[in-house]
Design a protein around this ligand. Structure first.
Ligand SMILES: [Cu+2]
Length: 69
C-alpha cells in the first residue's frame, strides 16, 4: 500500500481524474482519493512501482509525492 500526497486537486472532477489514472496502472487493485486530505491511498502489487504511480498522477495533470501512512 502506498500513500500519495496529491497537489493540484480542486474539485471532485480532479478526484475522478486521479482515481482513474491510478486505477489504470498495472498492479493497482484499489484506490481511495481524498480531496480534503489531498491524498490518495493505493493498494497494489509489486507490479505497480512508486515511479509508475507518480507518473500516472502527473500524466493526469497533478503532482504526487509519497506521504507518511
Ligand atoms: Cu477539479
Amino acid at each position: 500500500m502506498t500513500n500519495l500526497r496529491i497537489t493540484g486537486m480542486s474539485c471532485n472532477n480532479c478526484v475522478r481524474h486521479v482515481d482513474k489514472a491510478l486505477r489504470a496502472v498495472p498492479g493497482v487493485t484499489a484506490v481511495e482519493v481524498s480531496l480534503p486530505d489531498a491524498r490518495a491511498t493505493v493498494e497494489h502489487t509489486d507490479q505497480a512501482t512508486l515511479p509508475a504511480l507518480i507518473a500516472a498522477v502527473e500524466s493526469a495533470g497533478y503532482e504526487a509525492v509519497t506521504a507518511p501512512g
